[in-house]
Design a protein around this ligand. Structure first.
Ligand SMILES: [Mn+2]
Length: 428
């Protein structure tokens, strides 16, 4: 849908203004002792996966208002991520949801992924809904269920999800488990037994998937169960992973925290233990998946990246490589525009975190110079890094302004013409 010529056309009209701001910023960064080329290289290399379910409009209990031209199949979802990646050169992988995205023709899907320079990086299981053909219901839980046959069905599903992922390419080595299990009323669950059953189920999944795969375990304090969730917090997730195996890791979803939770500290703790496996980005005002990353609390997003960068740079921290993914629902925005905004916010926070003068910061921390330490962190946050992020995109072959490109070239209108006004994304 997008040719290289179109991107060059778009860029040539904006190049003069970009070069002007980039010259200014790069001079300033060099003055501060940064290697500009190294910054550009790191930022260009930072890739954020798009989940297959984020390409359609989300809804609430009250309604859903489709954007039109939404992808009707796995193939069209891949095409949409290909479009995003062509524009921002930062979204080279897709995370699939099974059973929503079971490929009909694996070879054809792999060819399509290659054509768009994409890979499948992870697969997500679903035991939070009952499927038409399944024998037992998950109404009262899946991996924690009291009945062994229900647990077995959920375990087998997870193993099958990994098998489907493995067939889609060698890059796919991650199974993400978000467990919706929990209870709604006091007395409903025997907390200790439910935990033990969940642990046993996780161990069975871990033993059933390929030995070089990672299992990511997500936590969430409430919803869909409002009295107790089986994995409500990072500590529970951590304890389960620790007992399951080395390749079981905690997944932090920004939206899965109660208001004012210090997520950056959770990130630091998990990295310290070598158990931070991945990230789901979104911006949460309520509970989950609701808003564009960085739209409400950009400073917090930056502080999280500050911990991530420090952890990744510290040779004493033995944390595995992280899986980065957006996990948001787009109720009022065009999903593609929302994803472009999210990736931009993530890379902006990352770029700012790379600018923190950590040497000076650690000195100030040791000397208990509170104001100085805070000012060092804040100075990086207040730097306008947009020309740096744009330069890294430009050098990678992307558009200087992906959002403007999307609007000016009438991409949504063309998608509606191709797929129809009322096309609804599969799985939502
Ligand atoms: Mn998530």
């Amino acid at each position: 849908m997008i040719s290289n010529e179109q991107i060059q056309d778009h860029n040539s009209g904006r190049l003069q203004l970009h070069n002007h701001s980039w010259d200014h910023l790069s001079a300033q960064l060099q003055e501060q002792g940064h290697s500009v080329n190294e910054l550009v290289r790191k930022i260009a290399g930072f890739q954020v996966a798009v989940p297959s379910w984020a390409l359609g409009t989300g809804g609430t209990r009250f309604g859903r208002f489709p954007a039109g031209g939404e992808p009707r199949s796995l193939e069209e979802k891949i095409a949409d991520v290909g479009l995003i990646h062509a524009l921002n050169r930062s979204s080279n992988s897709i995370s699939l949801h099974i059973p929503w995205d079971i490929p009909r023709d694996t070879a054809a899907v792999k060819d399509l992924l290659n054509a768009h320079q994409l890979v499948i990086d992870s697969v997500n299981s679903n035991t939070f809904q009952d499927q038409k053909d399944q024998e037992f219901s998950y109404k009262f839980g899946s991996l924690c269920h009291t009945r062994p046959e229900v647990r077995k069905q959920a375990i087998d599903h997870n193993i099958r999800v990994a098998e489907i992922g493995a067939r889609l390419g060698a890059e796919c080595k991650t199974l993400t488990i978000w467990l919706a299990d929990g209870s709604n009323f006091p007395g409903q669950h025997h907390f200790r037994r439910a935990y033990e059953r969940t642990l046993d189920s996780l161990k069975a999944i871990y033993a059933g998937i390929p030995a070089d795969w990672t299992t990511l375990v997500e936590y969430k304090p409430y919803e869909p169960h409002f009295y107790s969730m089986i994995i409500p917090d990072w500590g529970t997730s951590y304890s389960l992973c620790q007992q399951t195996g080395d390749r079981a890791q905690v997944l932090v979803d920004l939206g899965h925290h109660l208001p004012n939770t210090n997520i950056e500290q959770i990130v630091a703790r998990l990295m310290h233990f070598g158990r931070l496996g991945g990230f789901h980005f979104n911006g949460s005002m309520y509970g989950d998946d609701d808003l564009t990353t960085g739209s409400i609390k950009p400073y917090q997003l930056f502080l999280i990246f500050n911990e991530l960068v420090q952890g990744m740079d510290d040779p004493a921290v033995r944390n595995p490589d992280l899986a980065w993914m957006i996990d948001a629902s787009h109720n009022t925005k065009d999903p593609v525009e929302d994803l472009l905004q999210s990736v931009q916010a993530i890379k902006t926070a990352y770029a700012k975190a790379l600018l923190v003068d950590t040497e000076a910061l650690f000195e100030a921390q040791e000397a208990n110079e509170v104001v100085k330490a805070e000012e060092i962190v804040r100075a990086a946050f207040e730097t306008d890094v947009r020309p740096l992020v744009a330069e890294s995109r430009l050098q990678a072959g992307g558009a200087l302004d992906p959002l403007a490109f999307f609007g000016e070239n009438g991409i949504r209108r063309r998608l509606i013409e191709e797929r129809g006004r009322y096309a609804v994304a599969t799985g939502l």
